[in-house]
Write a protein that binds this ligand. Structure first.
Ligand code: GLV
Ligand code: MN
Ligand code: MN
Length: 409
């Protein structure tokens, strides 16, 4: 086996720059919301690059893109991948780095004339972010058989468009059955999106698992009325109830401590006018914890608080679950492989859990899955100023290259 190949950092950075011109935001960062025109342009460019590398490209019925590099045997491939969609105010590395580093690793193998025993598959999963359409990780969920295609097609986004219509519109409703490519193992390289590696001066994170997640949407119905003439005691103010819930989420996470986090990322008030008490509020809730029992406790405490508040304020609250995933632990063999590869390349490394959700947590349902993290400057992500230094981009991609060679041998 040829070991110690190196990726070409210049080529990786050039591709990142060219790709990030698609959906570039005026102040930096990118917006390539899932199944938007920008997502389509990105997909087209990725498919073009895959073909230039001689990969055989398939698109499945949820729009997942796979580029397969043949091995010497026609057996299950080692898969690497991530996503190319972004949140509305996304950075330049979340997801895209894993996909383009995977492409770079495959091109480095081409350059070195290496033929692996197993084929290698590069995946770009549809709608990992979930910003436009819930749930997040839609493409990988369909791939592993955890979400039905027809149900997905009917899902409405925050702009009212459906997944099925948008897939068709951008030309990425493929004819391959999801899950047709069964991976022997899956590795995803990703920026950490948190502060741990940078704070400890480390280069590589060997990801132990991904915390559990509970996404929901609350619709609060109150009564619109005059903001000047309605006495405070007679109000059924949906905006006030939404604000109380936001404050409660923060207090809940602080009280529970540990790994409990909670976010209200979206509040929409209707009619949304300065002198009208809000009739309706739509509130998004994101609760996460590495411990399933504690995540359930957080949800229970939130539900009890909302019920008591609704009764007190004379409003109705309808809750809808948007996504619910238990914490995932990656196989120790995959975590150890990352540590060993980092060590043999002389790169500092530690184990850590992932705060963000990833396609790898879904892939873990059907094959051994693992993740490699590299540092995020200031721990910042889902922010246009997201940054990972070139030496870290290079180190992570080199570890990925070694891992796929090892797994495909
Ligand atoms: C996906 O990026 C998530 O963790 O929200
Ligand atoms: Mn991501
Ligand atoms: Mn993300």
């Amino acid at each position: 086996m040829t070991d110690r190949l190196h990726i070409n950092l210049d080529r990786l950075q050039r591709r990142l720059a060219q790709f990030n011109a698609i959906g570039a935001l005026p102040g930096g960062g990118t917006c390539r919301l899932a199944l938007s025109d920008e997502d389509r342009q990105g997909r087209d460019l990725l498919v073009q690059w895959m073909r230039e590398l001689g990969l055989s490209v398939t698109i499945d019925a949820i729009g997942n893109i796979f580029g397969v590099r043949a091995g010497s045997e026609d057996i299950a491939p080692v898969m690497v991948g991530s996503h190319i969609d972004t949140v509305g105010t996304g950075g330049r590395y979340d997801g895209l780095y894993g996909v383009l580093a995977g492409l770079e690793a495959l091109e480095s193998l081409n350059d070195a004339g290496v033929v692996t025993r197993r084929p290698l598959a590069l995946a770009a999963f549809t709608n990992e972010e979930g910003s436009r359409f819930s749930p997040f990780a839609m493409g990988s969920l369909v791939h592993v058989g955890a979400l039905a295609l027809e149900d997905c097609y009917a899902i409405k986004g925050i702009d009212g468009a459906t997944v099925g219509d948008e897939l068709r519109r951008i030309g990425y409703l493929g004819d391959v059955t999801p899950g047709a490519i069964h991976a022997h193992a899956y590795f995803e390289l990703h920026i950490e999106q948190g502060p741990v590696l940078e704070a400890e001066g480390l280069t590589i994170g060997a990801v132990e698992g991904v915390q559990g997640m509970a996404w929901s949407e609350l619709v609060i119905e109150g009564q619109s009325a005059h903001a000047g003439s309605t006495p405070m005691r007679l109000r059924h103010d949906a905006g006030y109830v939404a604000s109380e819930i936001g404050v409660f989420i923060r207090r809940l996470a602080r009280e529970m401590g540990g790994n409990q986090v909670g976010t209200v990322g979206r509040i929409e008030l209707a009619p949304g006018l300065i002198n009208v008490i809000a009739q309706r509020a739509t509130v998004s809730i994101d609760l996460r914890n590495t411990d399933e029992a504690l995540l359930q406790e957080a949800q229970r405490r939130l539900d009890a608080f909302v019920a008591e508040l609704a009764a007190r304020e004379g409003v109705t609250v309808t809750a809808r679950s948007l996504a619910r995933f238990e914490p995932v632990i990656f196989p120790d063999s995959m975590v150890s492989m990352v540590e060993a590869e980092a060590q043999s390349r002389g790169l500092s490394c530690r184990r850590l859990p992932s705060g963000a959700g990833h396609d790898a947590q879904m892939m873990a349902r059907v094959c051994p899955a693992g993740m490699i993290f590299v540092p995020s400057v200031g721990g910042l992500s889902h922010n246009v100023n997201e940054l990972t230094y070139p030496q870290h981009l290079e180190a992570g991609a080199n570890v990925l290259l070694s891992l796929i060679q090892r797994l495909a041998a």
